[in-house]
Ligand binder design. Structure first.
Ligand SMILES: Cc1cc2nc3c(=O)[nH]c(=O)nc-3n(C[C@H](O)[C@H](O)[C@H](O)COP(=O)(O)OP(=O)(O)OC[C@H]3O[C@@H](n4cnc5c(N)ncnc54)[C@H](O)[C@@H]3O)c2cc1C
Length: 437
């Protein structure tokens, strides 16, 4: 997501030679839902890929977030989201990943400056010198070649090779933050739900539902013009726990998935029963402590490569795409006639300064949400449930322990305009910043 958006954002800023290296032989989009928050839509709109797009046309315009007790189906919180459009300029949406990524890809591909190299894997970086960054890529036939470029943006996800190369020798490490969590992702067709009035109501609604229980939860919402019901879970990671297991997603077993949620209510059981046999994918969820640096010379990281997050705030892709817009904006703001090695490095460091505080906050809010949502019986859970109940009694606009649906967090997350922020603050930060080159 971040790499595609960066290619497009650089092209829109007038950069003339943009090459995207992707180790997959083609763009194979993971078929699953994704929440598209107003702060992400704002960036997409500015990049010209929202209004009238396939993703806008198929996405669900979310009108409420509902938190339910998993075992009993009792409603614990109901946050109306019909005001989001008025408050932040865009409604909150939920769509299909393939439409989102496909839309960014088509727009990037249409730019003359952008060149895609599929089946090419970045192996290592031999020079970080701004203006002369040098790295090796290997093609599918196993042949390597060396590429030299002005700037390298590492948008290579949580297992980033660029990050590894960049940190090596700088005295920093990417310390994994143990989440102990994995996720199942399931898509159910409308056809499978339509004969059951209760399930039909779910897929016809515009509501995001979260069923919570000890150590686990399920989030679900309709996508693709209400033709698909998207379900994602979070539960203790047992299948990936083995130390030698380097895989990050695997075909999960429906039986094992059902066992994890065996004590959840009949509605959840009916949904899980519809999961296609043999098509239950389990993902390992990982995050990192904040990195010591995101940049080195002419190389910078964006997205999951520098701030992987738990998905519970629905901001992972949003942050990656915001990073992309911000880094392109920052580099385009280097005063004309001053684009030398030192200033490229400095502009990348300013990008990091603009993005790090916010992404660190959002990553920790997602982790905080997980702790609150997954509480077991005890005093802390009693207090959490008291807060849910108090908020419910007061109405929609008071904080709740589910940070994703909490109005004050929504205000901070959805109200943000990363491009405007970069424009406002870049010059001051750039002027005062001493380059680490
Ligand atoms: C269960 C779940 C639900 C989620 N829900 C949401 C949501 O609702 N909203 C949201 O905003 N986010 C969500 N996210 C998070 C979001 O998917 C990620 O944060 C986002 O995809 C990160 O984008 P990225 O570009 O940084 O990395 P990725 O999307 O991981 O892309 C990295 C790319 O780099 C390529 N690559 C890797 N190594 C190399 C190499 N050496 N050379 C060349 N290419 C390479 C990979 O093939 C891949 O295409 C969710 C995540 C999970 C697991």
């Amino acid at each position: 997501m971040g790499g595609l958006a960066a290619a497009l954002a650089f092209a829109k800023k007038g950069f003339k030679e943009i090459h995207v290296y992707e180790n997959a032989p083609a763009l194979g989009f993971v078929g699953a839902g994704i929440q598209i928050a107003p702060n992400l839509i704002r960036v997409m709109d500015k990049l010209g890929i929202w209004a009238g797009s396939a993703i806008q046309n198929e996405a669900t315009c979310v009108d409420a977030a509902v938190v339910l007790d998993g075992p009993t189906n009792r409603e614990m919180a109901h946050v109306a989201m019909t005001n989001i459009q008025n408050s932040y300029g865009y409604a909150h949406h939920a769509g299909h990943r393939a439409s989102l990524a496909g839309g960014i890809f088509s727009a990037a591909e249409a730019e003359r400056a952008v060149h895609f190299h599929f089946g090419e894997t970045l192996e290592s970086i031999s020079s970080f010198e701004p203006g002369r960054v040098t790295f090796a890529v290997r093609n599918e036939a196993g042949k390597s070649r060396v590429v030299t470029t002005g700037i390298l943006v590492g948008a290579d996800g949580i297992k980033s090779t660029v990050r590894e190369s960049l940190l090596q020798g700088l005295g920093f490490t990417a310390e994994a933050e143990e989440t102990g969590t994995s996720a199942y992702r399931i898509l159910i067709d409308r056809e499978q739900m339509k004969s059951d009035p209760e399930l039909l109501k779910l897929i016809d609604s515009n509501t995001v539902r979260r069923w919570i229980g000890a150590n686990r939860h399920i989030i679900a919402y309709p996508i693709h013009n209400h033709t698909i019901y998207n379900i994602a879970t979070a539960q203790p990671d047992v299948n990936f726990a083995g130390p030698a297991n380097s895989s990050w997603s695997t075909k999960g077993e429906k039986k094992a998935m059902k066992a994890v949620f065996a004590d959840f209510c009949p509605t959840v059981q009916k949904l899980l029963d519809l999961a296609p046999e043999g098509d239950v994918v389990e993902w390992r969820l990982r995050s990192h402590k904040p990195l010591g640096t995101w940049t080195r010379g002419g190389v910078a990281l964006i997205g999951d490569a520098c701030h992987p997050t738990l998905p519970h705030l629905s901001q992972g892709a949003a942050m990656a795409i915001e990073d992309a817009a911000c880094i392109a904006e920052a580099l385009s703001l280097i005063p004309s006639g001053q684009v030398g090695a030192e200033n490229i490095a400095k502009a990348l460091q300013v990008y990091e300064r603009l993005r790090k505080p916010r992404t660190t906050t959002l990553v920790s809010l997602a982790a905080e949400s997980a702790r609150a949502l997954h509480l077991k019986d005890g005093k802390a859970k009693e207090e959490r449930d008291r807060q849910f109940a108090a908020a419910k009694a007061k109405g929609s606009s008071v904080p709740i322990p589910d940070k994703w649906a909490s109005p004050e967090v929504q205000q901070m997350v959805y109200g943000y305009d990363c491009i405007e922020d970069t424009r406002e603050r870049f010059s001051g930060l750039f002027r005062d910043h001493v380059s680490r080159l």
